[in-house]
Design a protein around this ligand. Structure first.
Ligand SMILES: Cc1ncc(COP(=O)(O)O)c(C=O)c1O
Length: 440
């Protein structure tokens, strides 16, 4: 048995601080992983209840990577401007994932990760509409690149690399706890729906009659991840999308986190019934094994007459090793024929365990809920950082990894691999209760 407290190594001074996820002076050093479990150098085991930031839907699975490498072993190194059968086959599979649900044809671009793909989505929107205002929800997070950090609601993400030319209008938060329009009885009222279709910004008068400046894109997450696992009310989201369409804006769904069944259906937008023009995803395509993302755009948005060849490229986009990882992961998804029922079962299993623990600590836990393969624990105060630490360290043998964010300091995000078992959820529930006991 390892002793909590002795099992964390201090971060050495040569390690840049900017990359650290766990913003603490000492963190476990992981040496191996299998299924939902990571093992640290000191032998302590951690249940990964955040699935490596939502990427490892299938858990840690060495066979997946080996299968991928076998698929590309004969291929030369092909930078982004070289074509291959593997690339075309993966693009066609990816295109079908979205057009099969929306029922309209589209085109797929590849990119190097979530933020880069969101920038590509904006390029596609601007190729049609011209560079104009972008509308997002308060609480949005779309990455930390120069442009996408401007869409983020956190000033911390914006302050160091601000793309000053981009005007961003923020609609009220879809999290009723944060929304100034929310009626006392909770939920979204007509005031909220009016607020999301009043785009007259103080900055530019966007949406005002006769005003020349256009809204080029409306960007939304079907469920806000960094914003604290908040799902916009479906009628509210539909009202915002209808208004976007009336304004001529391209509607972009950021499915980087929610895509591939993380919140139930294959795409998060299916929950509300909105039909986006552009869909961006990455995490569920690679199981964490490659930096690759995709941007699907409804025809003719990505047609070469509008979005010219070479509008965006980068040497490593779609190199064979990354494509092979996606190909192997897509095979897994194709074979999971009961995924919808299984994720619904996971939702129920998480909800009941969280509700049990929460009911015993009503003064500490304000609310719990599950949505597909995600759950959120809303604490009675900004204690998420401390709870994340307790989850890791409170149990003598077993740590649990959960996610918290600066934008929602009272919320713990839970999103284990989708293949997590009932007995592993029991471990989660036990450590949750121990952490609450310690927090008192
Ligand atoms: C909804 C959402 N958008 C964008 C991103 C950024 O993706 P990346 O970290 O790959 O740049 C993330 C990452 O967590 C995300 O959850």
């Amino acid at each position: 048995m390892s002793t909590p407290g002795n099992n964390h190594d201090r971060v050495p001074p040569f390690a840049g601080a900017g990359n650290l996820i766990y913003r603490e002076p000492s963190v476990p050093r992981f040496v191996s992983a299998a299924g939902c479990w990571l093992t640290a150098a000191d032998g302590r085991r951690y249940l990964d209840a955040e699935a490596a930031n939502g990427t490892v839907a299938w858990g840690y699975d060495g066979e997946l990577l080996q299968a991928a490498m076998r698929r590309c072993a004969e291929l030369p190194a092909l930078p982004s401007f070289c074509e291959s059968e593997l690339r075309l086959s993966v693009l066609s599979r990816l295109e079908g994932l979205v057009s099969g649900v929306l029922g309209v044809p589209g085109r797929v671009e590849l990119d190097l990760g979530g933020a880069a793909a969101m920038e590509t989505a904006l390029r596609i929107a601007f190729a049609t509409n011209g560079p104009g205002t972008v509308v997002v929800f308060e609480g949005a997070f779309h990455g930390r690149s120069g442009v996408t950090s401007m869409l983020s609601s956190s000033p911390r993400y914006r302050e160091l690399l601000a793309a000053w030319g981009l005007e961003v209008v923020r609609l009220p938060s879809p999290d009723c706890r944060q929304c100034p329009h929310a009626p006392a009885e909770g939920g979204c009222g007509t005031g909220c729906r009016d607020a999301v279709s009043r785009w007259g910004s103080e900055v530019s008068g966007v949406g005002g009659r006769g005003f020349g400046r256009k809204v080029s894109a409306f960007v939304f997450e079907p469920v806000q991840n960094v914003g604290g696992m908040a799902e916009p009310d479906h009628a509210l989201l539909r009202a915002a999308v209808d208004h976007a369409r009336a304004q001529g804006a391209v509607v972009i769904a950021d499915e980087i986190f929610t895509g591939m069944h993380r919140v139930g259906p294959r795409w998060g937008f299916e929950r509300s019934g909105v039909e986006p023009d552009v869909v961006v995803t990455s995490k569920g395509l690679t199981n964490g094994g490659a930096a690759l993302s995709m941007v699907w755009s409804r025809e003719p948005l990505g047609h070469p007459d509008r979005y010219r060849p070479g509008s965006h490229s980068s040497t490593y986009i779609g190199i064979p090793s990354a494509l092979a990882v996606v190909d192997a992961v897509l095979d897994r998804w194709a074979g999971w024929t009961t995924v919808t029922e299984d994720v619904a079962r996971l939702e129920g299993a998480m909800a009941s365990r969280l509700a049990g623990a929460a009911s015993r600590y009503p003064e500490l836990v304000r609310e719990v809920g599950a949505m597909g393969g995600t759950a959120r624990i809303v604490l009675a105060g900004p204690h998420a950082g401390r709870m994340r630490h307790l989850f890791r360290s409170v149990h003598p043998d077993t740590g649990v990894l959960v996610a918290t964010t600066g934008m929602a300091p009272d919320v713990i995000n839970v999103h284990p691999p989708l293949v997590v078992s009932e007995s592993e959820l029991d471990v989660f529930a036990e450590v949750f209760e121990l952490s609450l006991k310690e927090l008192v």
